[in-house]
Design a protein around this ligand. Structure first.
Ligand code: TXA
Ligand code: MG
Length: 339
């Protein structure tokens, strides 16, 4: 299949994308978090195509994107007061709210769960495509399963060219990591995946919020995943990645004394001059938002330079840092070295 390369800047291209979606096709769309692989959420066979294109395990549910709050009511079995308050505070934006689903949601979307995640993105192009198509859009991140999520149209094309109908270029994504996923189907609410809306922001509206242990730790053997996506290896470049925790001087000493062919550093900007191995940077030590913005492209870049072993500087876990840590620790298969 030839993948059409569309541009949000080009007259008529958003309408073209919307038409493909209405006809049951698959389109890569920009959002403020990462690029998504979209299909009409109410068209079961179209949604099944997403799983095939991504090689996604069939038991991993998709989230549904809307461009107007009124679409939400149709997708879930009632909107409780705390959900309404959360939406009023942070939608449109990088947050997915999980609630019991309505019977309109095809099994392909919910992967057999009784719940569905809904997100109202803030990206103007995402919203225009949803509005034009007239359908809520199921969209996971637009990477092949297990790879870092795409934050530019070019990264998405790397994984999806020849596998889907079209990709709409809307420029690089502002946030750079996927949305915060919070479930209100449990009491108290539970953070399943940290993202651009921070834990502190959720607590400001909801009061108590439980952080699922799988946010920072491997799933316990034999325990059922509260979010199926937690089970799978994620965000991994081809290289063997390890997080190296410690002060900058100790990190540099460690990396420089483990300098073998194929070794690379994933460090913060400005630290390259202290390191004797090839370096890829992701933001600065004190700017978690920039780390989030840069992380996935940095992971792809490590593959491009042929890195085999990667020693990564550890992000903090405050604010958006928790989202950065959550992605990096998965890319590292939970391998952390203390130096
Ligand atoms: O920012 C985002 O959320 C991006 C853009 C495209 O909107 N989408 C995205 O989708 O990251 P995906 O499928 O890559 O990640 C959604 C995560 C998965 O880990 C999935 O297991 C979890 O949310 N999830 C979806 N529906 C769920 C449900 N009903 N209950 C628990 N977890 C759910
Ligand atoms: Mg994903």
């Amino acid at each position: 299949m030839e993948t059409l390369h569309l541009s949000a800047e080009k007259q008529g291209d958003i309408e073209k994308a919307a038409q493909i979606l209405r006809q049951g096709g698959l389109v890569g769309i920009p959002t403020e978090t990462v690029y998504g692989l979209a299909a009409d959420a109410l068209n079961g066979p179209a949604v099944a195509g997403i799983f095939a294109a991504k090689n996604r395990p069939m038991d991993n549910p998709l989230i549904v994107h809307i461009s107007d709050l009124s679409q939400w009511e149709d997708l879930v079995d009632g909107v409780p007061e705390n959900a309404r308050a959360l939406a009023a505070a942070y939608w449109p934006g990088p947050m997915t709210i999980i609630l019991p689903k309505s019977e309109k949601i095809p099994d392909e979307v919910s992967a057999g769960l009784p719940t569905v995640g809904v997100r109202f993105p803030s990206h103007p192009v995402a919203r225009a495509i949803i509005r034009e198509s007239g359908c809520p859009l199921a969209a996971p991140s637009g990477n092949l399963s297990g790879r870092p999520s795409p934050t530019t149209a070019a990264c998405m094309a790397e994984d999806m060219d020849g596998r889907i109908d079209a990709i709409v270029d809307g420029g690089p994504c502002r946030v750079g990591v996927e949305s915060t996923v919070v479930t209100l189907a449990t009491c108290p609410p539970r953070l399943l995946r940290p993202g651009g809306i921070t834990l502190e922001q959720l607590k400001a509206v909801l009061g108590e919020v439980v952080v699922d242990p799988a946010v920072t730790q491997p799933l316990e053997e034999g325990k059922e995943a509260p979010s199926p996506g937690m089970k799978y290896k994620h965000y991994a470049p081809k290289a063997h990645v390890m997080i190296v925790k410690g002060a900058l001087a100790d990190y540099c000493r460690f990396v420089n004394s483990h300098n073998r062919p194929g070794t690379a550093a994933l460090c913060f900007a400005g630290e390259e001059k202290l390191l004797e191995v090839p370096c890829v940077t992701y933001g600065s030590e004190t700017d978690a938002a920039k780390q989030a913005h840069d992380l996935f492209e940095a992971l792809r870049r490590l593959d491009e330079i042929g890195a085999k072993t990667v020693y990564a500087r550890s992000p903090g876990q405050e604010g958006v840092g928790l989202a950065v840590y959550n992605r990096l620790i998965r890319a590292a298969g939970f391998e952390v070295l203390e130096v």
